[in-house]
Design a protein around this ligand. Structure first.
Ligand SMILES: C[S@@+](CC[C@H](N)C(=O)[O-])C[C@H]1O[C@@H](n2cnc3c(N)ncnc32)[C@H](O)[C@@H]1O
Length: 218
Protein backbone atom coordinates (compact mmCIF):
# COMPACT_ATOMS: atom_id res chain seq x y z
CA UNK A 1 0.00 0.00 0.00
CA UNK A 2 1.34 3.48 -0.81
CA UNK A 3 2.11 5.83 2.07
CA UNK A 4 -0.48 8.26 0.68
CA UNK A 5 -3.27 5.62 0.70
CA UNK A 6 -2.22 4.43 4.14
CA UNK A 7 -2.60 7.90 5.63
CA UNK A 8 -5.95 8.45 3.96
CA UNK A 9 -7.10 5.11 5.35
CA UNK A 10 -5.86 5.77 8.89
CA UNK A 11 -7.23 9.34 8.94
CA UNK A 12 -10.44 8.19 10.69
CA UNK A 13 -8.51 7.01 13.75
CA UNK A 14 -5.63 9.44 13.53
CA UNK A 15 -6.86 11.98 16.07
CA UNK A 16 -7.69 9.38 18.77
CA UNK A 17 -4.65 7.16 18.12
CA UNK A 18 -2.26 10.05 17.53
CA UNK A 19 -1.47 10.89 21.17
CA UNK A 20 2.29 10.49 20.65
CA UNK A 21 2.23 12.66 17.52
CA UNK A 22 0.24 15.28 19.43
CA UNK A 23 2.81 15.24 22.25
CA UNK A 24 5.66 15.50 19.73
CA UNK A 25 3.95 18.40 17.91
CA UNK A 26 3.46 20.15 21.27
CA UNK A 27 7.15 19.66 22.16
CA UNK A 28 8.18 20.95 18.75
CA UNK A 29 5.96 24.05 18.87
CA UNK A 30 7.35 24.69 22.38
CA UNK A 31 10.82 25.12 20.82
CA UNK A 32 9.73 27.94 18.50
CA UNK A 33 11.48 31.07 19.81
CA UNK A 34 9.95 33.96 17.90
CA UNK A 35 6.20 34.03 17.42
CA UNK A 36 6.03 33.77 13.63
CA UNK A 37 3.07 35.28 11.77
CA UNK A 38 3.38 33.14 8.60
CA UNK A 39 3.90 29.46 9.23
CA UNK A 40 4.53 26.64 6.76
CA UNK A 41 3.83 23.05 7.86
CA UNK A 42 4.96 20.12 5.68
CA UNK A 43 2.80 17.01 6.15
CA UNK A 44 0.29 18.96 8.23
CA UNK A 45 -2.12 16.02 8.60
CA UNK A 46 -5.12 16.74 10.79
CA UNK A 47 -3.50 19.79 12.36
CA UNK A 48 -1.56 18.86 15.50
CA UNK A 49 0.93 21.67 14.82
CA UNK A 50 -1.84 24.20 14.16
CA UNK A 51 -3.74 23.17 17.31
CA UNK A 52 -0.66 23.52 19.52
CA UNK A 53 0.17 27.07 18.42
CA UNK A 54 -0.78 29.40 21.26
CA UNK A 55 0.00 32.77 19.68
CA UNK A 56 -1.77 34.97 17.13
CA UNK A 57 -0.72 34.34 13.55
CA UNK A 58 -1.81 35.77 10.19
CA UNK A 59 -1.47 32.76 7.97
CA UNK A 60 -0.88 29.04 8.31
CA UNK A 61 0.04 27.09 5.17
CA UNK A 62 -0.38 23.34 5.50
CA UNK A 63 0.89 20.92 2.86
CA UNK A 64 -0.20 17.28 2.67
CA UNK A 65 -0.72 14.67 -0.04
CA UNK A 66 -3.64 13.00 1.74
CA UNK A 67 -6.99 14.67 0.94
CA UNK A 68 -8.61 12.79 3.83
CA UNK A 69 -6.11 14.24 6.32
CA UNK A 70 -6.54 17.75 4.88
CA UNK A 71 -10.31 17.46 5.38
CA UNK A 72 -9.66 17.12 9.14
CA UNK A 73 -7.36 20.16 9.34
CA UNK A 74 -8.70 23.41 10.86
CA UNK A 75 -9.41 26.02 8.19
CA UNK A 76 -9.31 29.39 10.01
CA UNK A 77 -6.53 31.67 8.61
CA UNK A 78 -5.29 28.62 6.73
CA UNK A 79 -4.27 27.77 3.19
CA UNK A 80 -4.12 24.04 2.55
CA UNK A 81 -2.02 22.73 -0.33
CA UNK A 82 -2.69 19.22 -1.63
CA UNK A 83 0.83 18.33 -2.77
CA UNK A 84 3.78 16.02 -2.26
CA UNK A 85 6.30 17.94 -0.13
CA UNK A 86 9.18 16.36 -2.09
CA UNK A 87 7.98 18.14 -5.23
CA UNK A 88 6.87 21.37 -3.56
CA UNK A 89 7.77 24.87 -4.68
CA UNK A 90 7.92 26.32 -1.17
CA UNK A 91 5.49 29.18 -0.58
CA UNK A 92 6.80 32.22 1.31
CA UNK A 93 6.70 31.98 5.12
CA UNK A 94 8.51 33.23 8.25
CA UNK A 95 9.06 29.82 9.81
CA UNK A 96 8.84 26.19 8.80
CA UNK A 97 7.50 23.58 11.20
CA UNK A 98 6.99 19.93 10.33
CA UNK A 99 6.14 17.17 12.75
CA UNK A 100 6.17 13.38 12.34
CA UNK A 101 6.10 13.60 8.54
CA UNK A 102 9.47 14.05 6.82
CA UNK A 103 10.57 10.47 7.55
CA UNK A 104 8.35 9.65 4.53
CA UNK A 105 10.36 11.83 2.15
CA UNK A 106 11.59 9.87 -0.85
CA UNK A 107 14.78 11.96 -0.80
CA UNK A 108 15.34 13.40 2.66
CA UNK A 109 18.86 14.64 1.90
CA UNK A 110 17.62 16.77 -0.98
CA UNK A 111 14.54 17.94 0.94
CA UNK A 112 16.63 19.08 3.93
CA UNK A 113 18.97 20.93 1.56
CA UNK A 114 15.99 22.72 -0.05
CA UNK A 115 14.64 23.57 3.41
CA UNK A 116 18.02 24.95 4.53
CA UNK A 117 18.16 27.19 1.44
CA UNK A 118 14.99 28.94 2.64
CA UNK A 119 17.09 30.44 5.46
CA UNK A 120 14.13 30.73 7.82
CA UNK A 121 13.82 29.34 11.36
CA UNK A 122 13.00 25.65 11.00
CA UNK A 123 11.67 23.12 13.52
CA UNK A 124 11.31 19.48 12.51
CA UNK A 125 10.54 16.18 14.18
CA UNK A 126 11.00 12.85 12.45
CA UNK A 127 10.41 9.27 13.47
CA UNK A 128 13.49 7.07 13.10
CA UNK A 129 13.87 3.42 12.10
CA UNK A 130 14.08 2.43 15.78
CA UNK A 131 10.31 2.97 15.85
CA UNK A 132 8.52 -0.40 16.26
CA UNK A 133 11.93 -2.14 16.33
CA UNK A 134 10.55 -4.90 18.60
CA UNK A 135 7.95 -5.78 15.98
CA UNK A 136 10.41 -5.56 13.07
CA UNK A 137 12.73 -7.86 15.00
CA UNK A 138 9.93 -10.38 15.57
CA UNK A 139 8.94 -10.48 11.88
CA UNK A 140 12.55 -10.06 10.67
CA UNK A 141 11.47 -7.07 8.60
CA UNK A 142 13.35 -3.83 8.23
CA UNK A 143 11.96 -0.41 8.93
CA UNK A 144 10.85 1.54 5.85
CA UNK A 145 12.07 4.82 7.34
CA UNK A 146 15.48 6.46 7.81
CA UNK A 147 17.79 5.59 10.69
CA UNK A 148 18.89 8.23 13.20
CA UNK A 149 22.41 8.19 11.72
CA UNK A 150 21.11 8.73 8.20
CA UNK A 151 18.89 11.61 9.29
CA UNK A 152 21.74 13.28 11.21
CA UNK A 153 24.12 12.85 8.28
CA UNK A 154 21.65 14.84 6.10
CA UNK A 155 20.89 17.50 8.71
CA UNK A 156 23.82 19.86 8.27
CA UNK A 157 23.59 22.97 10.41
CA UNK A 158 20.71 21.68 12.55
CA UNK A 159 20.80 21.15 16.31
CA UNK A 160 19.16 17.94 17.44
CA UNK A 161 17.69 16.01 20.34
CA UNK A 162 16.42 12.44 20.45
CA UNK A 163 13.39 11.27 22.41
CA UNK A 164 12.19 7.70 22.95
CA UNK A 165 8.62 6.79 23.84
CA UNK A 166 7.72 3.36 25.22
CA UNK A 167 4.09 2.29 24.96
CA UNK A 168 2.77 -0.68 26.88
CA UNK A 169 -0.22 -2.66 25.64
CA UNK A 170 -2.21 -5.44 27.27
CA UNK A 171 -1.53 -7.87 24.41
CA UNK A 172 0.01 -8.26 20.95
CA UNK A 173 -3.33 -7.76 19.17
CA UNK A 174 -3.48 -4.24 20.63
CA UNK A 175 0.11 -3.64 19.46
CA UNK A 176 -0.84 -4.44 15.85
CA UNK A 177 -4.02 -2.37 16.11
CA UNK A 178 -2.01 0.62 17.29
CA UNK A 179 0.54 0.22 14.49
CA UNK A 180 -2.25 0.04 11.92
CA UNK A 181 -4.28 2.95 13.22
CA UNK A 182 -1.67 5.34 14.58
CA UNK A 183 -0.59 6.64 11.18
CA UNK A 184 3.06 6.14 12.14
CA UNK A 185 3.71 3.06 10.04
CA UNK A 186 2.72 4.54 6.67
CA UNK A 187 1.08 1.35 5.48
CA UNK A 188 1.66 -1.13 8.26
CA UNK A 189 3.95 -4.10 7.97
CA UNK A 190 4.21 -6.33 4.90
CA UNK A 191 3.28 -9.55 6.65
CA UNK A 192 0.96 -12.44 5.84
CA UNK A 193 -2.31 -13.23 7.68
CA UNK A 194 -0.61 -16.39 8.96
CA UNK A 195 2.24 -14.40 10.52
CA UNK A 196 -0.30 -12.07 12.11
CA UNK A 197 -2.19 -15.02 13.62
CA UNK A 198 1.06 -16.42 15.12
CA UNK A 199 2.07 -13.02 16.45
CA UNK A 200 -1.28 -12.64 18.21
CA UNK A 201 -1.38 -16.17 19.62
CA UNK A 202 2.24 -16.15 20.84
CA UNK A 203 1.53 -12.78 22.48
CA UNK A 204 5.18 -12.06 23.31
CA UNK A 205 5.39 -8.43 22.17
CA UNK A 206 3.45 -6.07 24.41
CA UNK A 207 5.75 -3.05 24.57
CA UNK A 208 6.84 -0.95 21.64
CA UNK A 209 9.32 1.87 21.22
CA UNK A 210 8.92 4.96 19.10
CA UNK A 211 11.97 7.14 18.49
CA UNK A 212 11.78 10.76 17.45
CA UNK A 213 14.56 13.13 16.49
CA UNK A 214 13.95 16.87 16.80
CA UNK A 215 15.99 19.04 14.42
CA UNK A 216 16.00 22.82 14.65
CA UNK A 217 17.71 25.92 13.33
CA UNK A 218 16.58 29.20 14.93
C1 LIG B 1 2.16 10.87 10.96
S1 LIG B 1 1.29 12.10 10.06
C2 LIG B 1 1.75 13.61 10.89
C3 LIG B 1 0.72 14.68 10.72
C4 LIG B 1 0.92 15.95 11.55
N1 LIG B 1 2.09 16.69 11.13
C5 LIG B 1 1.03 15.60 13.02
O1 LIG B 1 1.96 16.08 13.68
O2 LIG B 1 0.17 14.87 13.50
C6 LIG B 1 2.23 12.25 8.55
C7 LIG B 1 1.52 13.13 7.51
O3 LIG B 1 2.45 13.38 6.44
C8 LIG B 1 1.77 13.24 5.21
N2 LIG B 1 2.78 12.91 4.20
C9 LIG B 1 3.61 11.83 4.19
N3 LIG B 1 4.42 11.88 3.12
C10 LIG B 1 4.10 13.01 2.44
C11 LIG B 1 4.58 13.62 1.25
N4 LIG B 1 5.57 13.07 0.54
N5 LIG B 1 4.03 14.80 0.85
C12 LIG B 1 3.02 15.37 1.57
N6 LIG B 1 2.51 14.84 2.70
C13 LIG B 1 3.04 13.68 3.14
C14 LIG B 1 0.72 12.16 5.45
O4 LIG B 1 -0.33 12.22 4.53
C15 LIG B 1 0.29 12.48 6.88
O5 LIG B 1 -0.78 13.39 6.92
Amino acid sequence: MSVEKAFSRSSRNYESRGFIQNQVAKNLVGRVKERPKHILDLGCGSGFIYKNIDWEFDKFIGVDFSKEMLKLHPKFKTELIFENFDALKFPKSDTLISSSSLQWSSNLKELLEKISELEIPTYLSLFTSKTFSEVHKYFQTSSPIYSLNEILSFANGFQYEVENFEIEFSNSREVLKYIKESGVSGGGLSISPNQIRNFISEDVIQNITLEIVYLWRD
